[in-house]
Design a protein around this ligand. Structure first.
Ligand code: SF4
Length: 367
């Protein structure tokens, strides 16, 4: 792993981004913004799963009453959300101003499509007065035509040039509370663009692969793209983009951080790949543990191993481990055997033990 590049720090509400802060996980709601209840319900599930910052689209409704309803709802969402809220705004600078009025903690705009320098200045001044950062988000799919014509197709250089131009527009307004992203759906292009951008600016980088795709392939593409960059020390906040339920995005984001040992606690479940010696339902127990322990705050490693041949070694190394036997499993806690338990009781015993360990951890840390 490379040293993390030290970027400037911006605050998205109470969450620091950049400047050595832990890498934060973001996601975006897919409920109608005008339905505050449904959106808040989704945000609370995302926060429980480990989402640090949530983005909400502010739709460009042409009908005034719909727009007013969405903005009123945005205000309610900001008030009720347990995590900072970023408004995603395109094409209309008055929406960005209204989102700031609603109290959002961050803005995602594209200065190139918000209506000219005067309008960008107005937004930057309003955001500056409120201490709200702006993310400049460049996407390969929506590069300006002249840049695209110059480079022929979306290249890393084209993405970075576009980002630098947009950053320049904000800087010319005296605004520096900036985060930047340069996403593409191609993983190699995304990696190349962020590497280049990271050499050019010291603003915190929001890293992600755009339109990563359906859950399975999208997870792999995001893990490769985001994981490669983070391992190189690039990236301050991440967003996994998957079609469908944003809860999956957060789980994958958290898992990427865990895999790189960059997470801030939580249970890390490891399991053997299973083979002909497997004596317990390794995959079922491991999946269930991962699902049920997603909100655990203690930094614990739990190992689920299928047999008594290779299992005990790994199970002993973990904070909590199980090695399968013919009809029972041997449990270890911090290397010490806790006893044999019938197969069908293993999941329950592991969950109860994690709960105890979490309680001990929280007491010890005074949390
Ligand atoms: Fe097979 Fe045992 Fe290794 Fe699991 S731990 S893969 S069951 S040998």
């Amino acid at each position: 792993m490379s040293m993390r590049k030290l970027t400037r720090r911006v605050m998205v509400g109470s969450v620091p981004v950049g400047g050595g802060a832990p890498v934060s996980v973001q996601s975006m709601t897919n409920t109608p913004t005008e339905d505050a209840g449904a959106t808040l319900q989704q945000i609370s599930l995302l926060a429980e799963a480990g989402c640090d910052i949530v983005r909400v689209a502010v739709p460009n409704y042409r009908k005034d009453h719909l727009l007013r309803r969405a903005l009123r709802s945005l205000e309610e969402i900001v008030e009720g959300s347990p995590i900072p809220v970023v408004a995603d705004v395109h094409f209309d600078h008055t929406l960005a101003l209204a989102a700031l009025e609603a109290g959002v903690h961050g803005l995602r705009i594209n200065p190139g499509n918000i209506g000219g320098p005067e309008k960008v200045r107005e937004v930057a001044e309003a955001a500056g007065r409120r201490g709200v950062p702006i993310r400049v988000g460049v996407n390969a799919g929506s590069l300006r035509r002249d840049i695209l014509e110059r480079y022929g197709h979306p290249t890393a250089e084209a993405l970075v040039e576009s980002a630098l131009e947009e950053i320049g527009v904000l800087e010319s307004c005296g605004f520096y509370d900036i985060k930047v992203s340069v996403k593409a759906s191609s993983v190699p292009l995304t990696i190349e663009a962020y590497r280049l951008l990271s050499r050019e600016v010291d603003y915190p980088l929001h890293v992600g692969v755009s339109e990563a795709g359906p859950p399975w392939s999208g997870t792999v593409r995001s893990a490769v793209g985001i994981g490669t960059l983070l391992a190189e020390g690039i990236g301050d906040t991440i967003r996994v983009s998957l079609a469908g339920d944003p809860l999956r995005e957060v789980r994958v984001g958290v898992a990427i951080l865990k895999a790189l040992e960059m997470s801030r606690g939580g249970v890390d479940v490891v399991a053997c790949p299973t083979c002909a010696r497997t004596r317990i339902d390794v995959a079922g127990i491991a999946e269930e543990l991962e699902e049920r322990l997603a909100g655990c705050r203690a930094p614990l490693r739990v190992a689920v191993m299928g047999c008594a041949v290779n299992g005990p070694g790994e199970a002993r190394e973990a904070d909590l481990g199980v090695a399968g036997g013919r009809s029972k499993g041997l449990l270890f806690r911090k290397g010490e055997p806790l006893g044999w338990y019938p197969k069908e009781e293993l999941l329950g015993v592991l969950l109860a033990e994690v709960e105890k360990m979490e309680k001990e951890y929280l007491e010890k840390e005074g949390l």
